[in-house]
Design a protein around this ligand. Structure first.
Ligand code: 3HC
Length: 729
């Protein structure tokens, strides 16, 4: 059909009286390089090279953006075979190296806005680059599980040196035009208004030998001497292994860069082209791509963002409670310039709260993320309060007091009295049902959950909880606040634990169960960190504190008694004043501040817990591999995620993937719990859970949603173009 044939973007060419052909990349919103755009670029070049009225070429992007890189939305079509893959090296060697860089007419890139990935690679094949000071230049491909594939691994080191290029590529870190000029990536900085004209003149200057005609691929002056280069690469490899031991593509990238340095840029280009092709089809790439799109999809919420509502302006925010959460939320708010009214019950607590905010900000100053001046300005946005007098001025209140239902009910009744009628009444509760909190309040449509994760000014997730009464406007408003404070939001329904903690709960639960059945605490934690979690369930319980763990456990026991495993281990340890990291003793010992060391003393508690549970250690469990352990800890998480979806608490499975990554620290390169589940298969997961349910009880009982998917072979996450051949474990 004609529609399906419509080209995805194009280039436009205009030849001026000065003999310069300006080729403009046009593919909104970010001028991404689809295959269509690249083929059109090739055609424009061929025409420009043939025409006798063209002396030189300028490449630029439409609407103040050079290009956001290769078209990511076409990856899925490449994966599924819907689009045919160009032959290896066709774009990087045939088009960019031979046609563009090797042309008999010089090219200059005129760069504004985004110049990322393939976009920067096109510009590096040009003979000079002119940029605005604010343009963003970078090679963020590793973030997507691939490597730069249009010559970036070869040209960037030759333009800026090995050290700087490794930093930019391995950390996927773009730099601004200004810095790009300092490091030699661009040749001149001009204002957006002068950009294209400067590039035109530069191109003509190259023709007339007033400026050098430089092919980046053959530059050597910026490359470190061979011996030094080898050392730098060796160090980079060690760093990459340390940072993400499970990832292969950063190491492949370093190999490809090395090839260019040792065997020359042509060999490097070929190695890059081959590696790019195979990485494009890796599970890591598929998973990271899923994360990229899922993250953007979280702010598209049916029944809220599809109604044409505009977010209202939130001018002032009040926060109740200056504890760990309240002060963290206040910090997040003032960092995005929201004035904050911080309320506490007495002077002492208020001062402690403000001190915590100061400490949060100071830590940013120490790390060089904030100037002293910004610090003072941010701090000046906080006003303390002991009463509700000033609450008539606020548009949003976030309650962050202790998890006590009665107290929260009283607070919400008070808020209704003192806040203006448009004010959003949010609670940061992490487990309590919102309807219970708002029971004594009439303004049900304004009540919403704004669940932050500790430390609130650092953790990127914001769980927005709507009840059946919460208005769509309030959800839209909070999504906007979330965006402004740079959080990834997920909008979920109301129930005990909401989506994130409900998924999180079985993680610790199954670990506790298997310890009663004979597994080793530290072995479980090690298996989880090897899998890619920032910490295992026991180290995490220590960090969160046993008090919180027990309080949460009680909430679950009340609401989902059939699937709570009543381990006595934590309560027994608490009797002995072991309460986690804060008490310096939990599952680990903490002698040197945060350093966790295994503690043989915990065996006494474990034995006691086992005898109270009346179970005998299962010898088979002790022989399990890390893979088995990870399955035992995470399959119950997937099972609960399925329930959360089935009950409509989460809108879509991909939201749960994002929640698991940003809220639990699940490794993004595995795509989130649901996509990871798909890489293993619902049938296998269901089978295992059934087997464990028989052996170890109803905690493992697979839910009907999972059973149906297992029986019918339906994936847990629907995402076009993603299919797994491998088990990623
Ligand atoms: C061979 C080569 O070496 C391989 C490559 O080039 S791989 C691609 C390298 N480029 C990248 O990784 C950049 C990815 N994009 C981004 O990081 C960010 O989107 C950005 C910094 C460009 C813009 O961020 P921001 O302004 O917050 O807008 P954001 O919402 O992310 O993007 C706007 C829209 O553009 C789309 N988009 C962004 N980059 C895209 C790309 N490279 N291809 C296709 N679509 C893209 C987004 O999906 C989004 O679409 P939507 O509105 O339908 O959800």
């Amino acid at each position: 059909p004609a529609e399906a044939m419509a080209a995805k973007g194009r280039t436009e060419m205009e030849v001026g009286g000065d003999g310069v052909a300006v080729i403009t990349i046009c593919n909104p919103p970010v001028n991404s390089l689809s295959i269509d755009v690249l083929l059109s670029l090739k055609e424009s070049y061929e025409e420009a090279l043939q025409r006798t009225d063209v002396k030189a070429i300028v490449v630029t992007g439409k609407g103040g953006k050079f290009s956001g890189g290769f078209d990511i939305s076409s990856f899925g079509d490449l994966h599924s075979g819907k689009i045919e893959q160009p032959k290896v090296g066709y774009i990087s060697i045939d088009i960019l190296t031979e046609l563009l860089e090797g042309a008999t007419k010089p090219s200059v890139a005129a760069i504004d806005g985004l110049c990322l990935g393939g976009g920067l690679e096109v510009s590096m094949a040009c003979h000079a680059r002119i940029s605005t000071p604010t343009a963003q230049l970078g090679l963020p491909e590793l973030q997507l599980g691939i490597i730069p594939g249009f010559g970036g691994t070869q040209r960037l080191p030759r333009l800026v040196g090995l050290t700087k290029s490794l930093e930019m590529i391995l950390l996927s870190k773009p730099i601004k035009g200004e810095e790009a000029h300092q490091v030699g990536l661009v040749d001149s900085i001009v204002s957006p208004n002068d950009l294209v004209n400067t590039a035109r003149r530069w191109a003509l200057d190259i023709c007339e030998l007033r400026k050098p005609w430089i092919k980046s691929l053959y530059k050597t002056d910026k490359l470190e001497p061979l011996g030094e280069a080898r050392e730098i690469l060796k160090f980079a490899r060690a760093q990459a292994r340390k940072q993400a031991a499970n990832l292969e593509h950063p190491l492949v990238c370093i190999d490809v860069i090395e090839e260019g340095i040792i065997s020359g840029p042509q060999a490097g280009l070929w190695k890059e082209a081959n590696a790019f092709q195979s990485l494009l089809f890796s599970d890591t790439c598929k998973s990271l791509l899923h994360v990229f799109f899922s993250q953007r999809a979280t702010s598209k919420v049916p029944g809220a963002t599809d109604l044409g509502l505009m977010p209202r302006k939130i001018t002032k925010v009040a926060i109740l409670g200056g504890g760990l959460m309240g002060s963290g939320i206040a910090t997040a708010m003032i960092l995005s310039n929201y004035p904050v009214l911080l309320k506490e019950v007495n002077e002492k607590f208020l001062n402690a709260g403000i001190d915590r905010i100061k400490a949060n900000l100071q830590s940013r100053v120490r790390k060089g993320k904030m100037t002293e001046e910004r610090y003072e300005k941010a701090l000046s946005l906080v006003t303390g309060a002991l009463g509700y007098e000033k609450f008539k001025e606020v548009d949003l209140v976030i309650e962050a007091v202790i998890e006590n239902v009665k107290l929260k009910q009283q607070i919400f009744a008070d808020l209704e009295k003192y806040c203006p009628s448009h004010c959003i009444l949010a609670t940061n509760t992490s487990t309590i049902d919102l309807n219970l909190i708002g029971e004594k309040t009439k303004s049900q449509d304004r009540i919403v959950g704004a669940h932050f994760f500790s430390p609130a000014h650092v953790m990127p997730l914001l769980e927005i909880v709507r009840t059946q009464h919460t208005s769509a406007q309030v959800v839209v408003d909070l999504l906007d606040v979330g965006k402004r404070i740079k959080k990834t939001p997920i909008v979920v329904g109301n129930c005990t634990g909401f989506a994130v903690n409900r998924m999180f709960f079985p993680y610790t639960q199954s670990a506790l169960l298997f310890v009663d059945y004979g597994m080793d605490v530290y072995k479980i934690d090690r298996a989880c960190t090897k899998f890619g979690m920032p910490m295992g369930p026991f180290r995490l319980a220590d960090l969160v504190g046993f008090g919180v763990a027990v309080a949460t456990g009680m909430q679950y026991l009340e609401n989902f008694p059939e699937r709570v495993y009543k381990s006595m281990l934590i309560p027994i340890m608490m009797e002995d004043k072991r309460a986690g990291e804060a008490s310096r003793k939990g599952f680990y010992k903490y002698e040197d501040k945060r350093k966790a060391t295994p503690d043989p003393e915990i065996m006494t508690y474990i034995q006691k817990s086992r005898s109270m549970a009346g179970v005998t250690p299962d010898a088979e469990l002790m022989k399990l591999s890390d893979k088995d352990i990870v399955e035992m800890v995470f399959f119950p998480v997937i099972n609960e995620a399925c329930r959360v979806l089935d009950e409509g608490i989460a809108v879509k499975a991909s939201d749960l993937d994002i929640a698991s990554i940003f809220g639990m620290g699940f490794p993004p390169y595995r795509g989130g719990v649901m996509l990871w589940g798909d890489s293993i298969g619902a049938k296998y997961i269901h089978g295992k859970l059934q087997e464990w349910a028989k052996r170890y009880g109803s905690f493992f009982e697979p839910c009907s949603y999972l059973a149906e998917r297992a029986a019918k072979g339906i994936p847990l996450v629907s995402m076009s173009g993603i299919s797994f051949q491998l088990k990623t474990l």
